[in-house]
Design a protein around this ligand. Structure first.
Ligand code: PLP
Length: 396
């Protein structure tokens, strides 16, 4: 039996309204200044643990200057799709810069990371193909798989035995691809790329990695998951966003030239939708240059990640297998998670809760993100707030 649209709308809105009444609706908060290591929220300064501004590039003078120059030269948008009147020199420069940064032949950009996964997966794979994905891959990968019309199967998170079992059973499909997140966005752990790559070669599958949370974070110089594992050519399709470490908007695929040319001619969001404005492309180029020119940003992020992770874990919080800038504080029950969130926000930390359906039931959590410009004092103050709140609620 179907459900009337008005009832469907009411069901969802009712829950949100109840949470607003209880003071446990922590989402859609207005940030009242630029998103830095401390931010103004609810007219109070708080330590920022909810941003993806990992390398603190949002306020970087070179990025701002590049954006202003691009607006002055090209105006505010393209007023056209790339194919017709929407390609500027700065779009081409960005794609060349991404290709160089990822060590690929060529790259293509789209208007968001979400659209990038949809665009690439639907253009590249069809009904006789199999897409093999980690159970906790990002929603945009799952949505891309559903839209593609290809068969898709999930393996338990990072379970290489299950991945191999699916690959063994996939001889009947024309093309096989394994698609994973480089860093899992809700858990902060890393895909087992060495084993994925070995299995892909054994079973003649391709590998696509979503590097939304690994660019600027993984690897000594922030170049991502292959650098982190010391691997080369383990990834066939590099996907990433321009909206996190790179504080602009958009997404990219970097791969061999023939595949990128094919996407230019065959991916519907490229052909039928306008591109990122030149200003965002210029900012993204500047961000990639700064990551390479100022290696101390990545080095400091790595130091901060270690200090925060060790601190949270040693208090007795469950952080799963996190080894990156994303450190989940897995509480379990939704109610307790919301209470912890409320308390730490009141005490001066800005952080958001993650509950079902974004994560499975019983694994509700607060998701903290460490930034390169957190000072030792920021980290230690945040740790002390978590310790006090966790103890007072009996969570640790
Ligand atoms: C792993 C992953 N992939 C893709 C995306 C989508 O990126 P965007 O926000 O640029 O659309 C996100 C966003 O949170 C993400 O975490």
């Amino acid at each position: 039996m179907g459900i009337l649209l008005k009832d469907r709308i009411n069901q969802v809105n009712q829950r949100a309204n109840q949470m607003k009444e209880n003071g446990t609706f922590f989402w859609l908060k207005t940030i009242e200044n630029s998103s830095q290591s401390r931010v103004m929220v609810d007219q109070k300064e708080k330590i920022m643990l909810a941003s993806y501004n990992y390398l603190a590039l949002i306020d970087h003078p070179k990025l701002k200057e590049a954006g202003i120059k691009a607006i002055e030269k090209y105006g505010t948008g393209t007023s056209g799709v790339r194919f017709l009147s929407g390609t500027t020199e700065v779009h081409k420069k960005l794609e060349a810069k991404i290709a160089q940064f990822k060590g690929a032949d060529d790259a293509i950009t789209y208007t968001s990371g979400y659209v990038t996964n949809l665009a690439a997966i639907t253009a590249l794979f069809q009904k006789d193909d199999i897409l093999i994905i980690d159970k906790i891959d990002h929603a945009s990968i799952i949505d891309g798989c559903m839209l593609s019309g290809a068969r898709y199967k999930t393996f338990l998170h990072n379970d290489m035995g299950r991945l191999e079992a699916i690959l063994k059973d996939s001889d009947n499909y024309v093309n096989k691809i394994i698609i994973v997140d480089g860093v899992y966005s809700m858990d902060g752990d890393v895909a087992n790329l060495p084993e994925i790559s070995r299995l892909a070669k054994k079973y003649k599958a391709k590998v696509m990695v979503d590097e939304a949370h690994s660019i600027g974070v993984l690897g000594k110089t922030g170049h991502g998951i292959e650098e982190y594992f010391g691997l080369e050519n383990a990834v066939d399709i590099h996907m990433g966003t321009l909206s996190k470490t790179i504080p602009s908007v958009g997404g990219y695929i970097a791969a061999e030239k023939s595949m990128i040319d094919y996407l230019r001619h065959n991916s519907r969001p490229f052909i039928f939708s306008a591109p990122i404005p030149p200003v965002n492309a210029a900012v993204a180029i500047a961000a990639l240059e700064v990551i390479e020119d100022e290696p101390e940003r990545v080095e400091n992020l790595h130091r901060n990640m270690e200090r925060y992770r060790v601190g949270i874990q040693s208090m007795g919080y469950n952080i799963g297998d996190s080894v990156t800038a994303i450190v989940p504080i897995i509480v379990g029950g939704e109610e307790e998670t919301l209470q912890l969130c409320k308390m730490v926000n009141e005490m001066g930390v800005f952080i958001c809760p993650i509950v079902y359906p974004a994560v499975s039931k019983g694994t509700s959590r607060l998701r903290s993100h460490v930034l390169t410009n957190h000072t030792v004092e920021d980290i230690d103050e945040a740790l002390s707030i978590f310790e006090k709140a966790g103890k007072s609620l009996g969570i640790i």
